[in-house]
Design a protein around this ligand. Sequence first.
Ligand code: C2E
Ligand code: MG
Ligand code: MG
Ligand code: MG
Length: 295
Amino acid sequence: YADTAMYQAKKNGRGNFQFYTPEMQVKIKEWLKLEGELRQAIQRNEFVLFYQPQVNLRTGKICGLEALIRWQHPQYGLLSPDRFIPLAEEVGLIIEIGEWVIRTACQQNKSWQDAGLPCVPIAINLSPNQLLQPKIAENIIHILQDSGLEGKYLGIELTENVSMESPDKNLLIMQDLKSCGVRISIDDFGTGYSNLTYLKQFPVDEIKIDKAFVRDMTTDFQDDAITSTVIAIAHTLRLQVVAEGVESLGQISLLSQRQCDVVQGYYFSRPLTTKACTGFLAKDPSLTAMPVTPG
Ligand code: C2E
Ligand code: MG
Ligand code: MG
Ligand code: MG
């Protein structure tokens, strides 16, 4: 997987000598091959969305889904987003792929609702470059209308770095989406260039604490302290808090003590295929799946 070699070659730029080792040539070939395949992947219907349930800690009920893309590559099998989203960003394909994600997630959520399954918001991840698109808010609203899904059943997840880039323009985009009921989350909170002012300026609904803090919070007092502090800030600002990467009952009970609102992670469920998620929603897993400790 060769994007580092490619980035390096690009960074060195024009007028500089660049010596390619045979190994680098092989990697760059692979990279170009993957790019070509990525360009055809939408037409070939090779992308799939997985859906990970989010659970409200007070009620124990499923309260949301996050849509996570995978690429069913004919040769390499199921690829995770970290393997191709950076490439898609680099070559400008993220816009088209991103639109496919939004459309598919909206249509899927609508058809779950039409089937009488629980109505919960579905969140999609928005890349930095997608937010730079001039008509991004209009496009999202258009897709919502096409699918017939109410705006309040769609959420967008942005990283802190995204929201830093051009604050005035981003504010307008967020306001447009908010006026249609779309929910806004700050993803991977605590790992970017945090600027707390943005939480005040932007119409954010939710903070997602990065799994790096959740992982060791039961054993590392610093991670516990950071998590507690983020929860306190969020609640003071009337924002909901989601903890990512929750894998154990110990984490759940500590997060519950710390007044965290929502958990997402392998403990409750891995990201599920459409079919598995349909079954999950149909079973109303809230009744049995997890012990709830009173906050
Ligand atoms: P993210 O938005 O922070 O998503 C959470 C990631 O944590 C997902 O990885 C999920 O599978 C993983 N995860 C969930 N529960 C647990 C757990 O208990 N333990 C651990 N260790 N991990 C857990 P995934 O699906 O590989 O996605 C990675 C990243 O790729 C996402 O991070 C997101 O930034 C990006 N991504 C995913 N789908 C899309 C998409 O449709 N568009 C864009 N632009 N980016 C996407
Ligand atoms: Mg996310
Ligand atoms: Mg995250
Ligand atoms: Mg991430």
